[in-house]
Write a protein that binds this ligand. Structure first.
Ligand SMILES: Cc1ncc(COP(=O)(O)O)c(C=O)c1O
Length: 413
């Protein structure tokens, strides 16, 4: 048997699942159970010791399952597979992207700590940072997405309360890439032996196919698995990945906050993994055609899409350094204001007027009035979110049909 290493696209078909433990089923069944039987009381005692961190797991030990809020075969199988692209030691599946964001942040932040984040971030994350963390005595500060190392440092330097740096890269909805390696250097520079600064990166927009933040120095990578991982707009889930040590802390919080995904959702994501790469590549291929069309359109300006020379030298440098693809999210402005943007949205036929992204169907939305409507006008202005901005997530429809659709909708301005 040749044991040459295989690529993630091959590895995900077999890693983490032993059919012999499921009556030889070719694909894992759904383990729709809330609780698991222990063979003996001693086995149950040992399972709890490990789950609650009372005693470390021994080499080769395989603890019994306990309860589906703690773990479940579907969760464990998926967690073993999803790390293939990012190269993480361990993953945790959550009931939503916000479950992943909030549980992960709460696992590391304490009253008096400060979280420094790139601005903008997804509207829900933004709300959690600006309005909820302060309720627990956790302060937040932000720098513009794509900021230079010096600009990020200005917020961190001289502030011993900084405990975490959070990047959303590329940012929702402006699609601006942030410098993961510079943030890593700052986290190392300003960490002390008893206060390690954690670097978290939300990589939802690029997905694990086109960017792997852990390889650029992130401690933890976070995903809304509702998007490309699920890929069919039929589930809500989240994922955090990182080292075993950090993920152990994350999983304790997931257990007690009750933010794990249910077995059915986990099974659906598992099924979607096989097509993740092929979907993302095809969606990207179509997005490139749409970008080409939109760039030439007289009613469109300020188009943001990774890898475009128009995004400027620095963005291009960050894209080359961190990304292997351009993805399938496009943000642009139309000539006019909200009324003109709404006219386009209301005239679209083949794209669905809905928030979310990364599904097989193209979605189009208005960030200022929808995903980021919670932000105050000055916060939107600071983040570059304008009333004439439109965001598209390109799906798997025929690209020429999508272009024709956009053409007729833009003609309504
Ligand atoms: C970049 C990003 N992170 C996190 C989330 C939150 O994910 P969910 O909606 O799955 O809770 C979203 C949702 O749109 C997002 O776009």
């Amino acid at each position: 048997m040749n044991h040459r290493p295989v690529k993630p696209q091959t590895e995900i078909f077999s890693k983490g699942y032993d059919p012999q433990r499921s009556e030889g089923a070719a694909v894992p069944p759904v383990f729709r159970t809330s609780t698991f039987l222990f063979k003996t009381a001693e086995e149950g005692k040992r399972a709890f010791e490990i789950a609650y961190g009372l005693s470390p797991m021994k080499e080769g030990e395989s603890p019994a399952l306990i309860y589906t809020r703690v773990n479940n075969p579907n969760t464990e199988i998926l967690e073993d597979k999803v790390v293939c692209w990012d190269g993480a030691e361990e993953a945790a599946i959550f009931g939503s992207g916000m479950g992943a964001v909030s549980s992960t942040c709460l696992a590391f932040l304490r009253p008096g700590d400060t979280l420094v984040f790139s601005d903008p971030v997804y509207g829900g994350t933004e709300y959690f940072f600006r309005h909820m963390l302060p309720l627990f005595g956790i302060k937040t500060k932000h720098f513009p997405a794509g900021a230079t190392k010096a600009d990020m440092e200005a917020l961190i330097q001289g502030d011993p309360t900084v405990k975490a740096i959070y990047l959303e890269s590329p940012a929702n909805p402006t699609i601006v890439i942030s410098d993961i390696e510079a943030a890593r250097e700052l986290a190392d520079q300003y960490s002390t032996p008893d206060r390690k600064i954690i670097l978290m990166v939300d990589n939802t927009f690029m997905g694990p196919i086109f960017c792997q933040p852990l390889k650029h120095g992130a401690d933890l990578v976070i995903y809304s698995a509702t998007k490309f991982f699920g890929g069919h707009s039929d589930l809500v889930a989240g994922i955090t990945m990182g080292s075993k040590a950090l993920m152990g802390q994350v999983k304790v919080f997931r257990t007690i906050l009750g933010s794990i995904a249910d077995p059915d959702t986990t099974w659906l994501i598992h099924r979607s993994l096989a097509t993740l790469q092929i979907r993302m590549e095809k969606q990207q291929e179509s997005a490139l055609k749409l970008v080409d069309f939109l760039l030439k359109h007289p009613k469109v300006y300020d188009l943001s899409y990774p890898g475009l020379p128009q995004t400027g030298e620095r963005q291009l440098m960050l894209w080359k350094k961190q990304c292997r693809g351009t993805g399938s999210l496009i943000t642009f402005k139309v000539k006019g204001n909200e009324a003109e943007a709404f006219r386009v949205l209301d005239a679209i036929h083949h794209m669905k007027l809905a928030v979310s992204l990364g599904g097989v169907e193209s979605l189009i939305q208005h960030p200022s009035a929808m995903t980021h409507s919670d932000m105050a006008p000055h916060e939107k202005a600071h983040a570059g979110i304008t009333d004439n901005m439109i965001r598209i997530s390109v799906g798997l429809e025929d690209a020429d049909d999508l272009i024709a659709d956009l053409e007729q909708a833009l003609a309504k301005i």
